[in-house]
Design a protein around this ligand. Sequence first.
Ligand SMILES: Nc1ncnc2c1ncn2[C@@H]1O[C@H](COP(=O)(O)OP(=O)(O)OP(=O)(O)O)[C@@H](O)[C@H]1O
Length: 356
Amino acid sequence: MLTNEIILNALKKVDDPELHQNIVALNMVRNIQIEGTHISLDVILTIQGCPLKAKIQQDIEHALENIGASSISIKFGAMTADERRNLISALKSQNVTDQGMPKMLLPNSGVEFIAVTSGKGGVGKSTVTINLAVALARLGRKVGILDADIYGFSIPAMMKTTQKPTMLDQTAIPVVSEGVKIMSMGFFTKDNQPVMWRGPLLNKWIRNFLVNTHWGDIDYLLLDLPPGTGDVAIDVAATIPQAQEIIVTTPHNVASHVALRAGLMAHHTKHTILGVVENMAYFENAEGEKHYLFGQGGAEKLANELYTNVIARIPFARPEENTGSSVYDEFSIVGEVFTHLAEVIIYQKDNKLVRS
Ligand SMILES: Nc1ncnc2c1ncn2[C@@H]1O[C@H](COP(=O)(O)OP(=O)(O)OP(=O)(O)O)[C@@H](O)[C@H]1O
């Protein structure tokens, strides 16, 4: 026999697609009526005309059919201003301490910050960020990307997402693509307009993006830094001293020479360097011959100079055909390199937890 409790338990499996929490915990389910196997209920959405209403309806119907409901009628409504305010402050308190500090920055938050950096532009820093993030997510980890390349943001386009974050007053709900939560300045500019922030505004932005984004429960936050050693890199170092860094370079001498500066800055700011990723390492033709288009040895030299290792070598390859996305297929050569890199990173984190 269907009871209120059975129904609520079933509905706990239905998540709000934007808030990524179940609709029962969010107090969106009201007024459940049961007549045999017919169920009617009210669902109160955060906003009237929520674009994801159809998805929520489908998920509710599916969950209730699974427990034996023969017919389901759902009446949708919207939260009152007070209810929204309460929800927002509940979400905020999950993210931010009473002193206004992002909880993810607390030493025991369990969030691992990985900043991906390079000396020069165009060497594949964003490619590494998104593919590592997706590989971690494919391995079941909860992952966010903060596109900290504030002037040269490219993550939304490279992940082929046209969505925008939902704003609950000042709090942004990140866009999710390929199972990864994304936040980028690109979501807030109109028609690809350039960002022209300087000094004081820039200093605060990273903290704002941490405080005012509802990241929810995540294991890893990857930061795609701008190339070089400018203001943003300094700001990240000051705001997230526990961040670890991956340095991306091509094998080319100039790229690795310039990347050395980014690496030395990591030493300066006491960020741990996870290792060097050598991108565009070689091109393998159909006959299996490798061509080292940018030469060889630059990444190794860089790793030696920084007392670290080359942790991945990525060949030239096109991402998935015809999708326009820069995410590589899981079972392609590059996809497998990233899976391996993600496994190494997970192993290190898990071992650190065991040691501490
Ligand atoms: N291994 C690779 N094989 C083929 N193309 C690649 C590879 N890595 C990156 N690319 C391509 O090179 C270009 C630059 O890559 P990406 O945007 O990741 O570099 P970046 O270092 O983040 O650049 P910027 O600093 O300008 O943001 C992109 O078009 C990307 O698709």
